[in-house]
Design a binder for this molecule. Structure first.
Ligand code: NAD
Length: 291
């Protein structure tokens, strides 16, 4: 396929490189980042998008996505697919999809989980929202960049799945970290705690696959001084998106709200920026009952 790729940052660059390595003709554009090997460089987003079968975006937020959509939709081929893999608010995803439909372009939101490691290895999970025909066109590309793609329904539903998943992740990580900190103070050995919980009803991905306690469970960022991994500020971004969505549809999400507030304090006031999101454990360790 003839593919345009806009946004060649930490995630976009390896994704574009994998598509090129699989034999697709990829033309990339980024305001600052260089093109990876095998990807031809365009001078503007419009040049990267014009005449392509599929245009993929991997951008920081919904405002930037909307601006890029304004620029590229008028020059995109009718019937081409506009595949946005960024994590953005549901409203921006649906608004861009409506504008794409007016321009005769098939829009699909397909945020990912798996991080930079998954982007590099081609093992991302895609959560896709949009029409069946757009999914069918995008599927072979998902198969190159990832190991799984779930078609979650119409436009915006990919973003909905992503923020609901990450709201669960943020909440369970905090619960796992505060439980380890409590266990410490009760004199319970961390390895014993892991042995019990990882095979009992308190188990979760946060405990079993990404244990926040160093030296316990499988290798995780905790074993590497909490270098990300998945940075606390990215978790904060996703939790804020979940709360923005909850506000928009009048959903009661008290745990998500509390998790967003805790990660906001951690990132903005407690030097958590640049740390993995599991570094909530050393944060709790240092604190007493009321701070
Ligand atoms: P990044 O900041 O490394 O990359 C974003 C790129 O977009 C940058 O290179 C930037 O120069 C470029 N950009 C910004 N405005 C642009 C414009 N108008 N035109 C062209 N390029 C523009 O971010 P990232 O880590 O690659 O994340 C990208 C998206 O993926 C975000 O929405 C993020 O939430 C999501 N995501 C990231 C991870 C992760 O672990 N990094 C995991 C899952 C999802």
């Amino acid at each position: 396929m003839n593919i345009g790729f806009i946004g060649l940052g930490n995630m976009g660059s390896p994704m574009a490189a994998n598509l090129a390595a699989a034999g697709h003709a990829v033309t990339g554009f980024d305001l600052v980042a260089p093109c990876p090997a095998g990807v031809a460089k365009a001078a503007t987003a419009a040049e990267a998008a014009a005449g392509r079968d599929v245009v993929i975006t991997m951008l920081p937020n919904g405002a930037i996505l909307r601006a890029v959509a304004d620029e590229i939709l008028p020059v995109m081929t009718k019937g081409a697919v506009f595949l946005d893999c960024s994590t953005v608010d549901v409203e921006s995803a649906r608004s861009v999809a409506a504008r794409a439909a007016d321009a005769g372009v098939l829009a699909m939101d397909a945020p990912v989980s798996g991080g930079v490691g998954g982007a590099t290895a081609g093992t991302l999970t895609f959560m896709a929202g949009g029409a069946d025909n757009a999914f069918a066109i995008a599927k072979p590309l998902f198969d190159i960049m990832g190991q799984k793609a779930v078609h979650c329904g119409p436009s915006g539903n990919g973003q909905a799945a992503k923020i609901c998943n990450n709201m669960i992740l943020g909440v369970t990580m905090i619960a796992t970290c505060e439980a380890f900190a409590l266990a410490d103070k009760l004199g319970l050995d961390r390895a014993k705690m892991f042995d019990v919980v990882s095979t009992s009803s308190g188990y979760s991905w946060s405990m079993n696959a990404y244990c926040p306690a160093p030296g316990v469970g499988p290798q995780s960022p905790a074993d590497n001084d909490y270098k990300p991994g998945f940075a606390a500020e990215l978790m904060l971004k996703d939790l804020r998106l979940s709360q923005q969505a909850a506000e928009a549809v009048d959903a009661d999400t008290p745990m998500g709200e509390r998790a967003a507030a805790l990660y906001a304090a951690f990132v903005d006031e407690e030097n958590g920026k640049g740390m993995d999101f599991s570094a909530m454990l050393p944060r709790f360790e240092k604190r007493g009952r009321h701070g």
